[in-house]
Design a protein around this ligand. Structure first.
Ligand code: 13P
Ligand code: SF4
Length: 320
């Protein structure tokens, strides 16, 4: 929940205040690439889900302020339980997390007792507690390759990432039916138009996109991987099939390049469908307010935290 009771003095310099609170609280501000540019600019570290998990596990600060969605802040609390973990808006969820309720996932596991549960980090702490190994889009392929060939795998909750990994590794997996509301809606028709009008552009895509879009991509990878590709590539035009927040970093790292977003499938002009409505709940004002009020703070049931930590530790161990 945002701190609606706290009114912000309009004359405050929010950046100065956030910097002051960061010093006073001995806090570290972590942000995902899908956050607004002003939040990315004030953060101590910006990264993908894997980088951010590593930073949270190694953090020396007393307070972690997590600018991302709730499951990401939960990961910070699972790995660093003694720290105060703040999130600007506790309502910042994720469609993949919602698609996988813990009770239904438990049943799915019980129906497939011989399968190892490889679960995408975009899920609740409860689902992590019911899983064997957590993966992110940056390490999933390499973790799958470390699992013995004869070991059946179930993969949840993103079916498109699951299908992509099946194709990459040649391993058949039992897939959960979840999707990301941002990555599943890009229009193939609009993508083809952009590719036709800009034949010199390179298409880069997150593996949460459906197969028909991935088939048209020159490079597929996690947010960090897409950023690295655009920064190191000699090309100057990129069509970006992921959340628009990352373009802030892409422009900073490749000042001369042009980045195109792909409109969605919904009728009419869609100005905001590349924005994750959950990620975009966070604002600089809410970041300041959560630091000033030391709330909302992440709290987790200790039994769930300990069980979830096992599957997260396994991931960190297998992706060294
Ligand atoms: P990354 O781990 O690639 O940053 O992805 C996180 C995410 O939520 C993608 O929608
Ligand atoms: Fe979840 Fe999709 Fe938003 Fe990522 S972009 S946090 S997967 S809803």
């Amino acid at each position: 929940m945002p701190n609606t009771a706290l009114k912000i003095n309009p004359y405050l310099d929010l950046e100065d205040e956030i910097n002051r609170l960061r010093r006073e609280m001995n806090a570290v501000i972590l942000a995902h690439y899908y956050q607004d540019g002003d939040i990315q600019d004030i953060a101590d570290f910006v990264g993908d889900s894997l980088d951010l998990s590593r930073k949270a596990a190694a953090a020396k600060a007393d307070v972690i302020v997590f600018c991302g969605v709730k499951f990401m802040a939960e990961v910070a609390k699972i790995l660093s339980p003694q720290k105060l973990v703040l999130l600007p808006d506790l309502n910042a969820g994720c469609s993949l997390e919602t698609s996988c309720p813990p009770a239904a996932f438990k049943k799915f596991r019980e129906q497939n007792p011989d399968h190892i549960a490889l679960t995408y980090i975009n899920c609740s702490a409860e689902v992590k507690a019911l899983s064997d190994i957590i993966v992110t889009s940056a390490n999933a392929e390499s973790i799958i390759r470390q699992i013995p060939e004869n070991q059946p795998i179930l993969f949840a909750p993103d079916k498109y990432l699951g299908k992509y990994l099946e194709k990459k590794t040649g391993r058949k997996m039992l897939l959960w039916e979840g999707t990301c509301i941002v990555h599943e809606q890009f229009s193939e028709r609009e993508l083809i138009k952009l590719q036709t009008n800009h034949p010199d552009a390179f298409t880069i895509a997150h593996p949460e996109c459906p197969e028909n879009l991935l088939a048209r991509a020159d490079h597929i990878g996690s947010t960090s991987s897409l950023l690295k590709f655009a920064a190191e590539h000699s090309g100057k035009k990129f069509i970006v099939l992921t959340e628009s927040g990352i373009i802030h970093q892409m422009k900073a790292k490749s000042p001369g390049s042009v980045f195109f977003t792909v409109p969605g499938t919904s009728e009419g002009a869609c100005a905001t469908c590349n924005d994750c409505p959950h990620m975009k709940l966070n604002t600089l004002e809410k970041l300041y307010m959560c630091m000033a009020a030391k709330s909302p703070a992440l709290e987790l049931d200790e039994n769930i935290r300990i069980a979830a930590k096992k599957s997260l530790d396994k991931m960190l161990e297998m992706s060294k």
